[in-house]
Design a binder for this molecule. Structure first.
Ligand code: GUN
Length: 301
């Protein structure tokens, strides 16, 4: 079997065309959706990711506001930026690009973002919402994977899904979202023994481990759907995922390429969350029901 390609670039382009129409409707009602991006330090990868996010905003008609802080900025500086954006009605989404320098407490920073503007879905409130199935903003990468899976026409209910990688950003929320859709979910991680024993059972295999070549054909069930979240730069400059694409393609029924699979969807879902936030804020404000929640009552330890 040769797998069909799940084309994240094409799906992103279709969604972004719809977003421009949604932005047009908001603008007609006097609302310009706005995303604030805070970056601390000079990590080259973060610079590229933030650049992609700002470009996507421009493409869709979303206003973007960047705050670039020096690597030695204090946690108080970051929190001050967040507080200002929390109460600014022109801002509907706030994103702090990770990783942050080691002297800054990531949890304290993420918990300071208003849950109404947490378009990355990293605040404890949104993370907790995934457990019971009613988060306001699903995290962007797993949200994008969910839409990519939908394009295959597969109902995940009852399917064996194996998620390789247990990060807070991808693996754990991905597992919870698919559990909510009634899949049978296994999470594998760096300490998992005999990874292949798990992956071979997967009807749907989602790999987010950050290890090029981790998944080879012998580890994949004939006809499986394979989603590769990995983005790795090889010494020769090539960008590859975590899956041996050429080999696994001959066994899977569907597969995402890298680049052009999950990557573009992550940024696209960030715009989706920002638009939904703007639509939601506008609706709630009309009904006098919107609160620019500054730090909610939950505090990181
Ligand atoms: N760093 C790597 N991925 C992400 C992401 O999805 N959001 C943020 N804020 N930082 C990241």
């Amino acid at each position: 079997m040769t797998a069909r390609i799940i084309d994240g670039k094409a799906l992103s382009a279709r969604l972004r065309a719809e977003f421009r129409q949604r932005v047009g409707r908001l603008v007609d009602q006097g609302v310009i959706p706005g995303l604030a991006v805070i970056r601390v330090g000079d990590d080259p990868a973060s610079r590229i990711y933030v650049g992609n996010k700002v470009k996507a905003c421009e493409e869709c008609g979303v206003a973007s506001f960047q705050q670039a802080l020096a690597a030695d900025a204090s946690e108080a500086d970051v929190l001050a930026g967040i507080r200002q954006f929390n109460t600014d009605p022109a801002i509907h989404g706030i994103l702090v690009q990770l990783p942050l320098p080691g002297h800054i407490d990531v949890r304290r920073v993420l918990e300071a973002i208003s849950v109404n503007k947490d378009v990355d879905g990293f605040h404890l409130y949104n993370v907790g919402g995934l457990v019971v199935g009613n988060t306001i903003f699903p995290p962007c990468t797993p949200y994008g994977v969910q839409l990519l899976l939908e394009t295959t026409g597969t109902d995940v209910a009852g399917k064996n899904v194996v998620v390789v990688g247990a990060s807070n950003i991808v693996g754990k929320p991905m597992a919870l979202m698919l559990l909510q859709k009634e899949a049978t979910v296994t999470i594998c991680h760096a300490k998992t023994q005999n990874l292949a024993q798990h992956t071979i059972l997967a009807d749907i295999l989602i790999v987010a481990a950050g290890k090029p070549g981790l998944i080879v054909p012998q580890m994949v069930k004939e006809g499986a759907i394979v989603i590769d979240v990995g983005i790795n730069r090889l010494p020769d400059g090539r960008i590859v995922g975590d899956v041996d694409f050429a080999g696994v393609r001959e066994k899977a029924s569907w597969i995402t390429p890298v680049p052009g699979g999950v990557g573009p969807m992550t940024v696209t879902m960030l715009i989706e969350n920002t638009l939904r936030s703007a639509e939601r804020a506008h609706h709630l404000r009309k009904n006098n029901d919107y609160q620019d929640w500054e730090t909610p009552s939950i505090k990181a330890g």
